[in-house]
Design a binder for this molecule. Structure first.
Ligand SMILES: [Zn+2]
Length: 483
C-alpha cells in the first residue's frame, strides 16, 4: 500500500515539474529581433534645445479651478509654436479645440490607411512655493546648463510636444509626405484630468467618425533594472492606466461645550472612518501586473523566469512580495489615500462638522459605483455622508500587445535604444489617453525618456539631458516613418 502511494506521489511530482519546465521552455520570446539601428537625423542639437528652453518659459500652468488659468500664457505659447515651426503651420491643418488645446492634421496620401494619433500635453503642474529657493534653476528659466535643459515641462510634457513638432518640421524640410494621416493632439489641461482639452478633442474626432489605428501618448519610459530578473534597459509601454475618483466624507452634529464632550467628536468620527478604510484595502489581484512580469520571460534570468512563468503556482508569494512596495502594490489594487482633513476652528469649541477628502485610484474595470459602495460598506456609519467630488474616470481596459501598432512602437524603441526589452505595463498615474478610449482600444503610452537617478515627476529641478531630447526627436521621426 505504502509502495503504491509513493509511486503516485512520484507521478504527481514529475507532472508538476514537467508543467513548470514546459512553461519556461515554451515561454514565448515576444521581442522582435533584427532591428537596424537608425541612421540618425541631421538636426542641430543647440537650435532644437533652445526652442525647447524657450517653450519652457511660458507659464502654462493648469489648475483645478479653471478661473485660475492664465490663458494669455497659453495663447502666447500657441504663437510661439507658429513662429518656431513654420513648415508645420504652412502644411498641417491646425484647429484650436475649446480655444486652448491644439489639433494638427497632417493629411496622408492613402486614405485607406487609418490615421495615427500622437498625443502629448503642454500644460504643467504648479510649483510648490516653499520649494522655490531650492531649485538649482528657476522653474520657468528654461536654462541650458551642464548639457541639460531645465524647468517645468522639460519632462512632463512640453518636451514631448516640442519633439513631435520638431520631427514633423524636420520631415517636411526633407520633403516627406506621409502615406497615413498623422494627427497631433496636444491637450492644455492634462494635469487636471483633461476634461476641457483631450476630452473635447476626442469628442470632436468621434463626431467626425475618425477611427485611428492607434493613439500614442506620454506614459512609460526606458528604465534600468526595474523588472526583477531583467538586466539592462527595459522600455515600459503603458497599455493600461488607472482611473481617478475623489470622495468627500463629511459629518454634521450639534456643537456643545468642549468641557463636556461626547465620547467622540466629529473629528474623531471622521478619523475612525479613515482608519477603517486603511485597514480594509481593496482586494489585490495580479491580473494587471501579470503581463509586465511574464512578457519578457525569454530574456529573464533564473530563478525569475521560473517564478514568473509559473504564476499559477507562485502567484501567492509574488503577490505578497509586490504588496510590500508602494509602487508595485498600487498596480495590484484600487488604492485609497486620504489627502485632506478639515474640522474645528477654536480650541474650546467642539466642531459641529468635519470632513475628509479621499483620493481613489481605480484599477481598470473597477466602476465608480462599486468603489463608492465598497467605501460606504467599510465605513458602515449612516451619519457619514459620502459625496463624489471633482472628477472621476473609469480607466479603459488594457490595450492588446499583439497589435501591429504595439509591434511598430517596439521596433521604433529598439531603433533608438538598442538592446532594450519592451514590456507592457500599467501606469498608476493618469494620462489624457483615457479620453481617446472612445475612438480605439489601441492606446499606448510611452515617452522615449531615459531618466537620471533622482528625477521625480512633478518634483524640483525638472530637466532633460540634450542627448535624450535629441533621441525624442529621432524617435518621432522614426515612429512616423515606420507607420
Ligand atoms: Zn504629463
Amino acid at each position: 500500500m505504502r509502495h503504491k502511494v509513493s509511486v503516485w506521489m512520484l507521478i504527481v511530482l514529475s507532472l508538476f515539474i514537467a508543467v513548470i519546465c514546459i512553461n519556461i521552455l515554451f515561454g514565448k520570446d515576444n521581442q522582435i529581433g533584427d532591428i537596424t539601428p537608425t541612421a540618425g537625423i541631421n538636426l542641430a542639437p543647440d537650435q532644437a534645445s533652445h526652442r525647447l528652453a524657450d517653450a519652457i518659459k511660458f507659464r502654462t500652468i493648469s489648475y483645478r479651478d479653471p478661473g485660475k488659468f492664465d490663458y494669455s500664457q497659453f495663447e502666447e505659447f500657441h504663437s510661439y509654436l507658429k513662429t518656431s515651426f513654420p513648415l508645420v503651420h504652412q502644411t498641417l491643418r491646425l484647429e484650436k479645440v475649446n480655444q486652448y488645446s491644439l489639433l494638427y492634421t497632417w493629411q496622408g496620401t492613402d486614405n485607406s490607411l487609418k490615421p495615427v494619433i500622437l498625443a502629448a500635453h503642454f500644460d504643467v503642474v504648479d510649483i510648490e512655493r516653499d520649494t522655490l529657493s531650492q531649485w538649482q534653476h528657476a522653474p520657468f528659466s528654461g536654462d541650458i546648463s551642464a548639457g541639460k535643459i531645465w524647468g517645468r515641462g522639460a519632462r512632463d510634457n512640453k518636451s514631448q510636444v516640442m519633439a513631435i513638432l520638431e520631427a514633423v518640421e524636420y520631415m517636411l524640410k526633407n520633403g516627406v509626405t506621409p502615406k497615413r494621416t498623422i494627427i497631433l493632439a496636444f491637450g492644455h489641461d492634462e494635469e487636471v484630468l483633461g476634461t476641457n482639452g483631450a476630452q473635447k478633442i476626442a469628442e470632436l474626432l468621434k463626431s467626425r467618425n475618425i477611427v485611428p489605428e492607434c493613439v500614442i501618448d506620454e506614459g512609460g519610459a526606458v528604465v534600468e533594472n526595474t523588472i526583477p530578473g531583467l538586466k539592462g534597459k527595459t522600455a515600459l509601454i503603458a497599455t493600461a492606466e488607472k482611473g481617478y475618483l475623489t470622495l468627500e466624507l463629511s459629518i454634521n452634529k450639534e456643537s456643545c461645550h468642549s468641557a463636556e464632550p461626547e465620547k467622540q467628536t466629529t473629528i474623531g468620527i471622521i478619523c475612525e472612518a479613515i482608519v477603517k478604510l486603511q485597514n480594509n484595502p481593496f482586494p489585490a489581484t495580479l491580473h494587471y501586473v501579470e503581463p509586465t512580469l511574464s512578457y519578457g520571460i525569454a530574456n529573464m534570468d533564473f530563478p525569475y523566469n521560473v517564478v514568473f512563468s509559473n504564476l499559477w503556482l507562485t502567484g501567492g508569494i509574488v503577490e505578497k512580495v509586490l504588496l510590500q512596495d508602494n509602487a508595485s502594490a498600487a498596480m495590484l489594487r484600487t488604492t485609497i489615500a486620504p489627502t485632506i482633513i478639515e474640522g474645528g476652528y477654536q480650541d474650546n469649541v467642539l466642531p459641529a462638522s468635519a470632513k475628509a477628502i479621499i483620493n481613489i485610484r481605480l484599477l481598470p474595470g473597477e466602476s465608480v459605483e462599486h468603489a463608492i459602495a465598497k467605501v460606504a460598506k467599510t465605513i458602515d456609519d449612516p451619519n457619514i455622508h459620502i459625496k463624489r467630488i471633482g472628477f472621476s474616470n473609469v480607466a479603459p481596459s488594457p490595450s492588446p500587445t499583439y497589435s501591429q501598432s504595439f509591434i511598430i512602437l517596439c521596433r521604433t524603441i529598439k531603433q533608438i535604444f538598442p538592446d532594450t526589452v519592451c514590456i507592457p505595463w500599467m501606469t498608476t498615474g493618469g494620462t489624457d489617453s483615457k479620453h481617446y478610449a472612445v475612438l480605439t482600444p489601441y492606446i499606448y503610452r510611452f515617452t522615449p525618456s531615459f531618466k537620471e537617478k533622482g528625477e521625480i515627476s512633478h518634483g524640483m529641478d525638472e530637466r532633460i539631458p540634450i542627448d535624450n531630447y535629441m533621441q525624442y526627436i529621432e524617435f518621432y521621426v522614426n515612429l512616423i516613418s515606420n507607420f
